[in-house]
Design a protein around this ligand. Structure first.
Ligand SMILES: *Cc1c(COP(=O)(O)O)cnc(C)c1O
Length: 404
């Protein structure tokens, strides 16, 4: 069992009042809080080894380069990639998806098809729409059911020899639904299509094994898994990273430059133009170490308990509807109260110290499916407690009374 009070002491931001009330942070789906080891590691980098990487022969440059590459190795190990050079450091999930979508512009032809799902975040929709516009390919959408699950029989029907790439999230940010990605990966490969998994919402809760999954790409952000903002990873299978053209041109990504012709650097540098977020990459390694020290089994156990407790307690409230009732869910509850705009509830409970997300959660197609402007989303992390859920329930009851 986790000692939650000990865990909470690792996160200095949690121990404060907001609007005169103890902070209850339930917006972990938007970004997680950072433990002291992560905060300290950022200062330590700038205090002790700050220098540009992969360039200088001087000692600091070598120390910074080594630390950056050690962090890459930590990510490789964490997601079980076959090679360290299959791990590209990015600024986040959005960047990683755009990198792949941009690369596929060189591959797709009119008549080809790209498949996404109804459950995607805008950053796993828009880059593919832009790709289809550029190439004349067609975008197909896997439909969802009333309980928020993707309909696999419909997915099977969409797949064909025309399908070139499938892009789907591992876990939905708006509803917390866990998608059957292993099945989807195998099915995509049966028709010869590549598949990208958007792991932005999965990496805070589980340790993906990219070799066991056999996905071609896996994109995620550092800031939702206790790391700094502006950090992220795109995993790509070696053969695909060789096949795709570079995303950005600049320093670091070249072997030789003349005005006639430039040759590109080896992986992973081919995709890492310019000076990266060096401190961020290194400290993402620290965040991964921290999560592993807590242990993903412990994290999942605590979060699933919070999910069950919150689902039960919130269901006491009359007129409250939870969206996405699948059994395969992570610790996210998206809900509304009949006749009340989610924004109004969010504003009132913020006054009571409770931070939730309200709105469409960058997933408007899901809101359109349910015919609503948005939801109130409470997303729990392993450092949250049942007492905080009690505070949420009381606050929502109060807001409901004030608004109806
Ligand atoms: C947050 C999120 C993204 C975008 O991540 P950024 O860190 O903003 O680039 C993409 N997909 C899902 C499912 C997300 O939750």
């Amino acid at each position: 069992m986790l000692d939650i009070q000990k865990i909470r002491a690792d996160f200095p931001i949690l121990n404060q009042k907001v609007n005169g009330k103890p902070l209850v942070y339930f917006d972990n789906g938007a970004t997680s809080q950072k433990p002291q080891v992560v905060i300290d590691a950022i200062s330590k980098y700038y205090q002790e080894i700050n220098a540009n990487i992969h360039r200088g022969v001087h000692t600091l440059s070598q120390l910074a380069t080594d630390a950056y590459e050690v962090a890459r190795g930590k990510v490789q190990h964490h997601i079980n990639a076959k090679h360290a050079h299959e791990v590209l450091f990015t600024s986040g999930t959005t960047f990683g998806i755009n990198l792949v979508a941009n690369g596929f512009a060189a591959i797709l032809k009119p008549g080809d098809e790209v498949i996404v799902s109804h459950l995607e975040h805008h950053s796993n929709i828009v880059p593919w729409q832009m790709l289809c516009e550029k190439t004349g390919a067609t975008l197909k959408v896997i439909p969802m059911s009333e309980n928020g699950e993707l309909i696999m029989t419909e997915y099977d029907k969409l797949l064909s020899g025309k399908t070139k790439i499938v892009a789907v999230n591992h876990i939905s940010n708006a509803l917390g639904i866990i998608n059957p990605v292993k099945y989807m990966i195998d099915k995509a490969h049966e028709v010869g299509a590549a598949i990208l998994i958007d792991g932005a919402q999965s990496v805070p809760h589980l340790k993906p094994d990219v070799q066991a999954l056999d996905c071609d790409f896996y994109a995620f952000s550092g800031h939702k898994m206790c790391g700094p903002t502006g950090t992220g990873v795109l995993y790509g299978k070696e053969e695909w990273l060789h096949k795709l053209p570079p995303y950005q041109g600049g320093g670091e990504m070249i072997k030789e430059v003349t005005f006639e012709k430039t040759t590109y650097a080896d992986l992973p540098h081919k995709f890492e133009a310019g000076t990266p977020h060096i401190a961020g990459g290194i400290v993402l390694g620290t965040a991964i170490d921290y999560l592993n020290s807590v242990g993903f089994e412990n994290i999942q156990k605590q979060e699933l308990e919070l999910l069950a407790y919150a689902t039960e307690r919130l269901s006491e409230i009359e007129g409250l509807r939870i969206y996405g009732n699948s059994k395969n869910k992570t610790s996210v509850i998206s809900f509304n109260i009949e006749g009340i705009h989610p924004y109004d509830i969010g504003t009132i409970i913020d006054k009571l110290g409770i931070a939730v997300r309200t709105g469409h959660h960058c997933a408007q197609p899901i809101m359109n499916f349910f015919g609503i402007p948005g939801t109130i989303r409470a997303s729990f992390s392993f450092y949250n407690t049942k007492e905080e859920i009690d505070a949420l329930v009381e606050a929502v009851k109060k807001a409901k009374m004030m608004l109806s």
